[in-house]
Write a protein that binds this ligand. Structure first.
Ligand SMILES: C[S@@+](CC[C@H](N)C(=O)[O-])C[C@H]1O[C@@H](n2cnc3c(N)ncnc32)[C@H](O)[C@@H]1O
Length: 213
């Protein structure tokens, strides 16, 4: 694993939400899933589905201009993206979908929660599915975008084309409940990958490209 750390160009902003210890169980789960596929059990899936179904009606209210800065910076400075499908996994109510649609011609948004998809601002292409078993052909995605979303390393690696890119964004940086440090994101992927990372506004991002199986 190698990582290029770019200097920040979008300054930090005041007002970043601080979740503190309340977010610890979600952060622990994020790390557990990244390290061990077995951590995602049917019981856990049901629990997370009902948690996010319950959050869906207020999820759009969380949107703020600062929550877009890390994604926009990653798209601008995270290296070249091949043409082809961008799969937004864990899209929620689509707070980031328009940004992805501006960057990529073909975007499909996937989420476990039917309520999140139902209340999405943009009714682009949607799939209701579990990211632990993506309903996508091996090697079929140019970009997998995970924005405040769990990393299922084997599935991300499987569906990405050889030159495909994982785009990971934590909109509140290390205060994001579903968070992993960029180096852990890249090292969790099977095979050998190289990353580019930076901070922007409230957030952190990393792009990862495969350099060996
Ligand atoms: C923290 S929210 C982020 C939503 C959106 N990306 C954003 O930043 O506003 C995480 C989303 O991932 C979805 N999610 C959680 N586990 C999932 C899984 N195993 N498969 C697909 N979606 C999942 C949730 O339903 C929720 O919509």
């Amino acid at each position: 694993m190698s990582m290029v750390e770019l200097a920040r160009v979008i300054p930090d902003q005041p007002g970043r939400p601080e979740w503190g210890e309340v977010a610890r169980p979600m952060r622990d789960l994020t790390r557990a899933i990244a390290l061990d596929h077995g951590a995602w059990t049917p019981e856990r899936s049901a629990q997370i589905t009902s948690f996010f179904d319950a959050q869906a009606s207020s999820w759009r209210d969380r949107d703020a201009p600062e929550r877009h800065e890390a994604l926009l910076d990653a798209l601008a400075r995270g290296g070249a993206f091949p043409s082809g499908w961008c799969v937004e996994v864990g899209s929620g109510t689509g707070n980031a979908t328009a940004d992805l649609q501006r960057a990529f011609r073909d975007v499909v948004s996937l989420d476990l929660s039917a309520q999140m998809l139902r209340l999405a601002t943009l009714k682009g292409r949607q799939i209701q599915s579990d990211a632990s078993a993506l309903p996508l052909r091996t090697g079929s995605a140019a970009v997998v975008a995970l924005i405040n979303m769990f990393l299922f390393p084997a599935e991300v690696s499987r569906v990405l084309a050889d030159d495909g890119v994982l785009l990971w964004v934590s909109t509140n940086g290390d205060q994001t409940p579903i968070y992993l440090p960029p180096a852990e994101v890249v090292s969790a992927l099977p095979g050998t990958w190289e990353g580019i990372t930076s901070e922007a506004g409230w957030g952190t991002w990393v792009t990862a490209r495969r350099i060996g199986r």
